[in-house]
Design a protein around this ligand. Structure first.
Ligand code: AMP
Length: 209
């Protein structure tokens, strides 16, 4: 299964991926996560990348595409979360033979509300929401015990820019993959458990074919 999760910022791609990874043994590859890891290393490339992320812009393809391609090399079971984010990027991975694309459909109004409560653990890998997906112990990651923080690019000004880019660059992928007959829509506006159940059903159906 080579799965792409598509959706606006805050649509729950990361949350769904984390669960699918555990449940169905699919490797979760988050483009944003790979980029943030590079930033943490404080390399020259990392410093460049940080500026794009902090502004809410797409990091140039020369940094992202090879990074993701390296992760998926020789693998058959994975979830691409946040990649591709443009038609150009989709064309770069044409040869991978993507099995399924799930589009998490969430109205912008709802995702904007979600952002205020969104938290991520300091390790940067596990996502929460103070109201909709709280940790067992307030402010602490259930999985690695690190403190929960708000992502710098989850601030209102940056979110606005991320949405602008999403509409301009990423949304055309919905049509692109619909035409290839591999896109399935899931209502991502519901509670996290309900969204996840619906996603899992679609993935299992595809796996059984
Ligand atoms: P995410 O964690 O998916 O919300 O991504 C956070 C940020 O990382 C985005 O706002 C972009 O700046 C950058 N990013 C993530 N994925 C990509 C991608 N496929 N292409 C370019 N930039 C990306």
């Amino acid at each position: 299964m080579k799965l792409i999760l598509l959706g606006p910022p805050g649509s729950g791609k990361g949350t769904v991926s984390e669960k699918l990874e555990k449940d169905l043994n699919l490797l979760h590859i988050s483009a944003g996560e790979l980029l943030r890891e590079e930033v943490q290393k404080k390399t020259t490339i990392g410093k460049d990348i940080k500026e794009y992320i902090d502004r809410g812009e797409l990091v140039p393809n020369k940094f992202v595409v090879e990074m993701v391609k390296l992760e998926v090399k020789n693998k058959d079971n994975y979830i691409l979360d946040g990649f591709p984010r443009s038609i150009e990027q989709a064309k770069e991975i044409e040869d991978l033979g993507i099995t399924l694309v799930i589009y998490l459909e969430v109205p912008e109004k709802i995702v904007i509300e979600r952002f205020a409560g969104r938290r991520v653990c300091k390790e940067g890998t596990h996502g929460y929401h103070i109201k909709y997906l709280p940790p067992k112990k307030e402010g602490i990651c259930d999985q690695d015990g690190s403190p929960l923080v708000q992502r710098k690019d989850d601030k209102p000004e940056v979110i606005k820019e991320r949405f602008r880019i999403y509409h301009q660059e990423t949304q055309p992928l919905i049509d692109y993959y619909t035409k290839k007959s591999i896109l399935k829509k899931v209502d991502g506006a519901l509670a996290p458990e309900i969204v996840y159940t619906a996603v899992k059903k679609v993935v299992k159906k595809s796996l059984s074919r």
